[in-house]
Design a protein around this ligand. Structure first.
Ligand code: ACO
Ligand code: ZN
Length: 226
């Protein structure tokens, strides 16, 4: 299916002259005045939003060859909390969240992935939760199935009805479009598991994703089977 989608996008790009901006990642039609205007509006505010100048006190929780992960807590200095909010807003904008407030903002932990060019290219928001519902994804044999069986499986595929104990809820995970598929989300989640509860290491089963998008499901499925 992925290859098919790609073909459609490529065909569309040729036809409508779609361009991907190499700095902000926005896909727009360079032939359209309206699109050019929207891109100009978006471009600078996005780059300002993800720009990271460095702080006097940074809670660095992991370091890599291409960047580092900084943890921001609700009681941190204002500039840190504001940066975390700015990045969350950019991520929400892309995810289509209508500026939903967090379940418990006073306890949310924000993990920011800062690359070596001083840009926040990843954001993960984690909250304490008591239980989660597992997304079940067994391959289902639909041949020779009664309608009742089908409905039952379909429902089961969406979500388990039995709550399971979880400790950490991931309410947002976002990676800058031009930095995807480089393991940034994986490294952020590994870091959450090591640092969310002081002095302990969370298993994959103790992490739950809230309302995952299609991208989020593909990533989570892959992450959990590793
Ligand atoms: N399609 C298929 N498989 C994927 C995808 C995808 N879009 N994204 C990740 N995977 C799988 C792959 O197997 C990948 O390994 P591979 O690249 O070696 O094949 C593996 O997951 C690990 O991927 P990462 O590189 O660690 O993930 P990435 O840094 O690209 O970030 C994310 C994934 C966060 C989902 C990113 O695509 C994104 O920001 N998407 C838009 C925002 C979004 O939808 N976020 C999830 C919202 S749900 C929530 O917030 C609770
Ligand atoms: Zn741009």
């Amino acid at each position: 299916a992925e290859a098919d989608d790609q073909l459609i996008i490529d065909a569309g790009q040729k036809q409508f002259g779609a361009t991907v901006c190499g700095s902000c990642g926005m896909i727009y039609s360079a032939d359209s005045l309206e699109d050019n205007f929207q891109h100009t509006q978006f471009h600078q505010s996005f780059l300002d939003g993800i720009k990271f100048v460095g702080w006097k006190k940074e809670r660095v929780v992991a370091e890599f060859w291409d960047g580092k992960i900084i943890l921001v807590l609700p009681d941190d200095p204002k500039y840190a909390v504001k940066k975390a909010e700015d990045v969350r807003r950019l991520a929400d904008n892309e995810l289509g969240f209508q500026q939903v407030s967090l379940r418990c903002p006073s306890q949310a932990k924000t993990y920011l992935y800062v690359n070596s060019d001083g840009m926040v290219v990843g954001c993960l928001i984690a909250e304490h939760i008591r239980q989660g519902f597992r997304v079940l994804e067994q391959p289902v044999q639909t041949k020779d199935m009664t309608r009742e069986d089908f409905m039952e499986h379909h429902r089961a595929w969406c979500c388990s009805t039995t709550p399971e104990k979880a400790i950490c809820g991931v309410s947002r995970i976002w990676v800058f479009s031009l930095a995807r598929r480089k393991g940034i989300a994986t490294r952020m989640l590994d870091t959450v598991r090591n640092s969310f509860v002081y002095g302990s290491h969370l298993t994959k089963e103790e992490i739950a994703f809230s309302d995952p998008t299609p991208d989020g499901k593909l990533f989570a499925t892959k992450y959990c089977e590793k």
